[in-house]
Ligand binder design. Structure first.
Ligand code: TYD
Ligand code: MG
Length: 469
């Protein structure tokens, strides 16, 4: 009799190890490795012994049936998906438990059902009654979404194959699914992968769009969505934090659309509400006139987003000064601090630096460098920046301020929100971009320019900035 082989699989990234160990070499997660049986996971036909079947090869130039996208009817979600759902595609939506994934998907399901599409919502976590209660609370009880509370994938696929082809199938969540073909416990990497494989095959065969929900867990108790990321067509993440009501849907991978778009929602008592103008939300509670704040005109995909950057620079009582960053890349902060020291003579070695992007937003663009530098210098000098100006520009290691893309769109958004001026580098294409901007643009070429401007506004303290730093 063949010996049962077992392997040790990391539940976070899926890497296999020959023996148990405390930390996964592959992804660095602690205590995430679990023993899994590996026999019987592959049908005999696939293990070999079968002659290959001839497949027809086609030319690239052939005509293929144009599959129109199905619009969900929720603009913020449609844009992130690349203009709607592609029939036969598989989407993975990851996010922390309780962030609102089920709420978003029941709203999307209801919206599609109202347009006359067949939608099936399979919940492996809640009973149908609970899903129905939530839909009732959201005022969606009238929509003809078909519900099922089931976790066996074979049963689910058999059910889905009956009757009219569904336009959308929601599987909430992939970690609760299990298949008869493998022996591991539900929630393990092998089960999650095999179940996802079966559902993906169903989507490709039937032309239904399948959305898989994946919980992101930090302790590695259940397999994370990362283990199926490479198999699906698009990976979206639903982000937000408990302290704020807004949620951001972000595409991390998308075979059928862009990956830099975001969708912004607000969690209300009546479900998720679309936020068409995120800048207004992020700027709603500004501390006008306080030193250390700068408004950054950013871009998220094709959409400009204005956010407030707050900096606090205080003398430190520690041997090693503290650098705390929320919502931005800590290594970029170190870079900006180093450039301020090397090129502008502002030494912050004796100061703690706290940097916060207001509202819990996360900035990924280097174009925020200039706004961060302005906020830091403003906090250090105690001189507030003008409240009606926005800042953007990338700082290079030489201290130069480099132009960034989409300057015109950033300026237009700022003007729309009532800002009167902008501090920015000279745009690359002067003629086309800077055309007729509605704002007074103060162009800066080096970080020194902006330090001098801020220092000039606080004459008494300016001396301090450059002397003791
Ligand atoms: P849920 O969609 O169940 O999260 P997930 O599926 O990602 O685990 O959302 C749960 C949270 O959302 C819960 O804490 C309550 C909140 N919520 C509202 O604030 N308003 C609502 O209308 C609904 C349905 C949920
Ligand atoms: Mg849920």
């Amino acid at each position: 009799m063949a010996k049962r082989a077992s392997s040790f699989v990391c539940q976070s990234c899926g890497a296999a190890h020959t023996r148990w160990q405390g930390r996964c070499d592959s992804c660095g997660a602690w205590n995430s490795i679990a023993e899994e049986e590996s026999t019987g996971s592959m049908p005999a036909a696939q293990r070999g012994g079968r002659r290959g079947r001839l497949v027809a090869l086609e030319s690239l130039a052939g005509v293929s049936e144009d599959a129109p996208r199905i619009r969900i009817g929720i603009d913020e979600a449609d844009r992130v998906a690349g203009g709607g759902l592609v029939p036969g595609s598989v989407l993975l939506i990851g996010g922390d438990p309780g962030i609102g994934k089920s709420t978003l998907l029941i709203q999307a399901s209801a919206s599609l059902a109202r347009q006359g599409h067949r939608v099936i919502y399979v919940s492996g976590e809640e009973a149908s009654a609970q899903v129905r209660l939530r839909a009732e609370r959201l005022g969606l009880a009238g929509a003809t979404v078909e519900l099922a509370a089931e976790t066996n994938v074979e049963d689910i696929v058999a059910t889905l194959s009956e009757g009219r082809r569904p336009a959308l199938v929601v599987i909430d969540s992939i970690q609760t699914m299990w298949t008869d073909s493998v022996e591991s416990a539900p929630g393990t990497v092998t089960q999650v992968r095999s179940s996802a494989q079966i559902l993906i095959r169903f989507a490709k065969r039937s032309g239904a769009c399948v959305v898989l929900v994946g919980h992101v867990t930090k302790d590695g108790q259940i397999a994370g969505p990362r283990v199926v990321e490479h198999m699906v067509d698009a990976v979206l993440s639903f982000e937000g934090d408990g302290a704020h009501h807004f949620r951001i849907l972000r595409a991390q991978k998308n075979r059928f659309g862009p990956t830099d778009e975001i969708g912004v929602f607000e969690m209300t008592g009546l479900g998720l509400r679309e936020v068409a103008n995120p800048s207004e939300l992020f700027l709603s509670n500004r501390d006008r006139g306080a030193p250390g704040t700068a408004v950054y005109a950013g871009m998220e995909g094709t959409r400009p987003v204005l956010v407030e950057i707050q900096a606090l620079v205080v003398p430190t009582s520690l041997g090693t000064p503290r650098r705390a960053v929320v919502g931005w890349d800590p290594s970029r902060l170190s870079m900006v601090l180093a450039v301020l020291e090397a090129r502008c003579g502002i030494k912050l070695g004796g100061h703690d630096v706290h940097l916060n992007v207001a509202g819990g937003f996360r900035i990924t663009e280097p174009a925020a460098d200039l706004a961060v530098a302005a906020a830091l210098v403003s906090s250090l000098s105690g001189s507030a920046l003008p409240t009606d100006s926005v800042y953007f520009g990338e700082v290079s290691l030489t201290g130069a301020v480099r132009p960034v893309a989409h300057a015109a769109a950033r300026l237009k958004e700022a003007a729309k929100l009532g800002f009167a001026g902008a501090v920015a580098p000279q745009p690359k294409a002067v003629a086309s971009e800077a055309g007729e901007t509605p704002l007074a643009v103060e162009t800066v070429t080096s970080l020194g320019d902006i330090v001098a401007t801020i220092a000039a506004r606080a004459p008494r303290r300016a001396a301090r900035v450059t002397q003791e730093g």
